[in-house]
Write a protein that binds this ligand. Structure first.
Ligand code: COA
Length: 169
């Protein structure tokens, strides 16, 4: 889509980002989570998909603390991400993930974890996190909790802890 611009969220996008999350998810929980994480200063990377001024998608990355190792392990979590239902299936979600992964690598992160659709994330190189010796703090099916090394690095083993705000979802 040549009129698709993946860019950093700005303050004027905040209401549109909320609307994207409300439209894509069944409840308002993810939209509220995004607002709380922003208010609490937990955003590392928040990207929007902008089609001619309309915000149609959003992706967020927040720091992960590994147990053991903590934040020094430089792991990051992809969550949540959303594309407006009427814009899904056009490659916008994939464009958000690809740009997000590039930016995380540039920011010096070693790896990314995601808890999500096992049919979607493997196309970007994600594999079950258990193969890297990483477990999820939440109760999740093995194939749904995935990890990706950003470069030729070994990922830290242990339990991946999301920011406490995620407990509310
Ligand atoms: C998941 C999501 C962000 C993908 O965005 P998108 O713009 O449609 O993504 P793309 O067009 O790049 O890719 C579409 C692919 O995602 C897959 N996909 C979408 N939802 C899926 C689901 N629930 N389970 C498995 N795969 C899914 C589609 O099957 C499609 O696969 P294909 O290319 O093999 O046909 C979007 O469907 C969405 O917002 N869903 C609702 C919210 C959500 O579930 N967020 C993700 C939490 S992990």
């Amino acid at each position: 889509m040549n009129n698709l611009d993946i860019r950093h969220e700005t303050p004027s996008d905040i209401l549109a980002v909320r609307a994207v999350n409300e439209a894509a998810f069944e409840t308002g929980a993810e939209a509220a989570l995004v607002d709380t994480l922003r208010e609490n200063g937990k955003f590392v990377l928040s990207l929007v998909a902008d089609v001619e001024g309309e915000i149609v998608g959003h992706i967020l990355f927040t720091d992960i603390a590994m147990e053991p190792g903590g934040a020094a392990t430089r792991m990051i979590g992809l969550a949540p991400m959303a594309v407006r239902p009427e814009w899904q299936g056009k490659g916008i979600g994939s464009a958000l993930v690809r740009r997000g992964l590039e930016d995380c690598r540039e920011l010096g992160y070693r790896g990314v974890v995601v808890l999500g659709h096992p049919g979607f994330y493997p196309r970007f190189g994600f594999a079950p996190a258990s193969r890297h010796g990483i477990s999820c703090a939440y109760d999740a099916p093995d194939e749904a909790f995935m990890a990706l090394a950003l470069g030729d690095v070994e990922l830290p083993k242990g339990r991946a802890l999301y920011q406490p705000e995620f407990e509310a979802v």
